[in-house]
Design a protein around this ligand. Structure first.
Ligand SMILES: Nc1ncnc2c1ncn2[C@@H]1O[C@H](COP(=O)(O)OP(=O)(O)OP(=O)(O)O)[C@@H](O)[C@H]1O
Length: 301
């Protein structure tokens, strides 16, 4: 079953489309990672899915029900923004309060069990205002799961954490995955999504630019070559023709007067370019051939 299904989701702020028509399906039990640079629109999209924002257009369903839907709300868990804590409450009161909002009454014992599970057993009676940033992230995770939801939305679950705390949170996410929860998370961190996710989507400028398993995306992009050429300036009367010829060879080209970086699929294409440059009387001074790095594969491409 598709636990999350979106159809052409668009979100406009003012005159700008921040999310530009996202179609996505996430299956039951999947950990789906949404990756992208700062400002790509990841938080905006996850905030739409969790009901914090309304889409400008498009529709979506969660657990087979069209959203907004009050019943569905009870079956999802959301990692809150770190500002959304009640600092005067202790962790148990905090969890009771939020479970209640999600439509479930929980006992002190249930709260303690979840707090122990996230590693806050000894701090259960401490005021949230005294919690460190890392402890608040754990409390946020406890808050997201206290009502035993089927689907979890985790926006940047480890951002701002030191390595040790990030690993603790990642291990909890792995346990939740093993419990069969469907998890949608956003991250900047390539290595984190590689560790946690079955499938990823890469968001760029509000669009879902790539979608697949990590292995699929790596295999596809690892087969490419990035060729950097230093050369003489293109002859003015033929510049347009040469650029057009290069554009026919690849969609990924970066140009400066005396430098061209082009992404190619086959080695033979390098020889073709050398022959063409020769014909157009462009001198090649240097050629470097690289495979794309993981970061280039996932965030630039
Ligand atoms: N309420 C808003 N009003 C206007 N613009 C907004 C609003 N919320 C977000 N934006 C803009 O939308 C763009 C995408 O923001 P968003 O937070 O969704 O990106 P992101 O991919 O989650 O980035 P980050 O990784 O930095 O959190 C940004 O340019 C941001 O300034």
């Amino acid at each position: 079953m598709n636990v999350i299904e979106t159809r052409d989701i668009v979100k406009r702020f003012g005159k700008v489309d921040i999310v530009k028509g996202i179609n996505l399906k996430v299956e039951e039990g999947e950990v789906f990672g949404f990756l992208g640079r700062n400002g790509a629109g990841k938080s905006t999209f996850i905030n739409i899915l969790t009901g914090i924002l309304r889409p400008t257009s498009g529709s979506f369903s969660i657990l087979g029900e069209k959203v907004p839907n009050e019943e569905v709300k009870k079956r999802i868990g959301v990692l809150p923004d770190y500002t959304a804590f009640y600092h005067h409450m202790n962790a148990i009161a905090h969890l009771k309060y939020f479970a209640n909002i999600s439509g479930k009454k929980v006992t002190t014992a249930e709260c303690l069990r979840v707090l122990k599970w996230v590693g806050l057993g000894l701090d259960a009676n401490k005021r949230v205002g005294k919690y460190s940033f890392g402890m608040k992230k754990k409390l946020g995770l406890a808050q997201a799961i206290i009502h035993d939801p089927e689907v979890l939305f985790l926006d940047e679950p480890t951002s701002g954490l030191d390595v040790e705390s990030a690993i603790e949170i990642q291990q909890l996410i792995i346990k939740l995955k093993e419990m069969g929860k469907t998890i949608f998370l956003t991250s900047h961190n390539l290595y984190e999504v590689e560790k946690l996710c079955n499938r990823i989507g890469i968001m760029k400028d509000g669009k879902l630019q790539k979608l697949g398993t990590i292995a699929e995306l790596k295999a596809y992009y690892r087969s490419k070559l990035i060729v950097t050429m230093k050369h003489s300036i293109f002859p003015q009367d033929q510049e347009h023709t040469v650029i057009q010829w290069l554009n026919n060879m690849s969609e990924e080209i970066q140009r400066e007067d005396e430098k061209t970086i082009i992404t190619l699929e086959k080695e033979e294409q390098i020889a073709q370019i050398v022959r063409a440059f020769n014909q157009y009387k462009i001198n090649i001074f240097r050629i470097e051939v690289d495979e794309p790095s993981l970061e280039e594969v996932f965030l630039e491409g």
